[in-house]
Design a protein around this ligand. Structure first.
Ligand code: NAD
Ligand code: LMR
Length: 339
């Protein structure tokens, strides 16, 4: 009786295992900066993703502890921790997706561009290693200023001869996450069904939420749309001020980063119609990089989608953001080529 009772469940377990490994390919995700404020909750959320078979956690220190902790969670991914530059190659080898939240966060009174001097060098050195150890990986850049760190990564990859514009993404998902929450609040609809494209870049006025395209439609008055736009543009500063010197958004960013990495993995696995907003090489405007809706596929970017119809207010916002975004992009390119 005991045998009869145990056989079906063990068979089910074995079938369950073979089914999941056959239907879901092996996917390795590396997180660089994994011991930080974003890195830790992001590591946990990525560990929970059943599409991930291997999770590699890298930081300059403290990753063995984070990896040991996260590894006890009951999900598919095997977790390994790597600390210090001499372990970076091992951390990266074989990665399908590399997520980069390494670098310093803002304090009250700072702009994201004030982080450039420290973070540009960190991103550059990490991208040199990516070009060497996993040149085909999709790179999800979280480190600020995103408007400059993505162009830095592109230049580093070009120099190494590994650049593929389909595989480099600035993570602007948090702007979408915020726009959805704020819109759902004003429109008084459940956030789960809300969609709001956010285009441009990821700093102040370069963040341009397109509430005219938000769904479900709510016909909110102009002054409410303006207030929602400003709150989305200042969402990062709202958190920086509330944290009062203890850093910037970490938990909502980990959530946004986990959703974006999941979209990248689904695209790689051939799931159709995966569309998210992200900052990529682009010809949607005259600027070389721009955030817009992007269709993700087996090779990364499958299609950069256009902006769609804009309201007059959004058209004005688009023109106003271009000079700042252009100069942040140029600053990144210049840095990567001079040092
Ligand atoms: P944090 O200081 O808590 O963590 C950063 C981590 O990076 C630390 O653990 C640090 O040791 C690590 N690090 C530093 N140099 C490194 C290197 N060379 N290699 C590997 N790791 C290194 O900061 P945080 O709050 O996690 O924020 C990280 C970055 O993300 C900041 O630049 C912040 O501005 C940015 N950010 C971006 C978004 C976005 O929407 N794209 C949102 C929030 C924060
Ligand atoms: C955010 O939007 O929360 C991040 O870019 C962090 C910051 O400095 O605002």
């Amino acid at each position: 009786a005991l045998k009869r009772a145990t056989t079906p469940s063990s068979t089910k377990l074995l079938l369950g295992r073979s089914f999941s490994s056959e239907s879901q390919p092996e996917r390795k995700v590396a997180i660089l900066g994994a011991a930080g404020g974003i890195g830790q909750p992001l590591s946990m959320l990525v560990k929970l993703n059943p599409l991930v078979s291997s999770l590699s956690l890298y930081d300059i220190a403290n990753t063995p502890g984070v990896a040991a902790d996260v590894s006890h969670i009951n999900s598919r991914a095997e977790v390994a921790g790597f600390a210090g530059e001499e372990q970076l190659g091992k951390a990266l080898e074989g990665s399908d997706v590399v997520i980069i939240p390494a670098g310093v966060p803002r304090k009250p009174g700072m702009t994201r561009d004030d982080l450039f001097n420290i973070n540009a060098g960190i991103v550059k050195s990490l991208c040199i290693a990516i070009a060497k150890y996993c040149p085909n990986a999709l790179v999800n850049m979280i480190s600020n200023p995103v408007n400059s760190t993505v162009p830095i990564a592109a230049e580093v990859f070009k120099k190494a001869g590994t650049y593929d514009e389909k595989k480099l993404f600035g993570v602007t998902m948090l702007d979408v996450v915020r726009a959805k929450t704020f819109y759902a609040g004003k429109a008084n609809v459940p956030v789960a069904g809300v969609n709001v494209p956010v285009v441009g870049g990821h700093a102040g006025i370069t963040i341009l939420p397109l509430f005219s395209q938000a769904t479900p439609k709510a016909n909110l008055p102009d002054d409410v749309i303006k207030a929602l736009t400003k709150r989305t543009q200042d969402g990062g500063t709202e958190v920086v001020e509330a944290k009062a010197g203890k850093g910037s958004a970490t938990l909502s960013m980990a959530y946004a980063g986990a959703i974006f990495a999941d979209a990248c993995l689904k695209g790689l696995n051939g799931v159709p119609d995966i569309v998210e907003c992200t900052f990529v090489q682009s010809s949607v405007t005259e600027l070389p990089f721009f955030a817009s809706k992007v269709r993700l596929g087996k090779n990364g970017v499958e299609e950069v989608l256009g902006l769609g119809p804009l309201s007059d207010y959004e058209k004005e916002g688009l023109e106003n953001l271009k000079p700042e975004l252009k100069s942040s992009i140029e600053k990144g390119i210049k840095f990567a080529n001079q040092s």
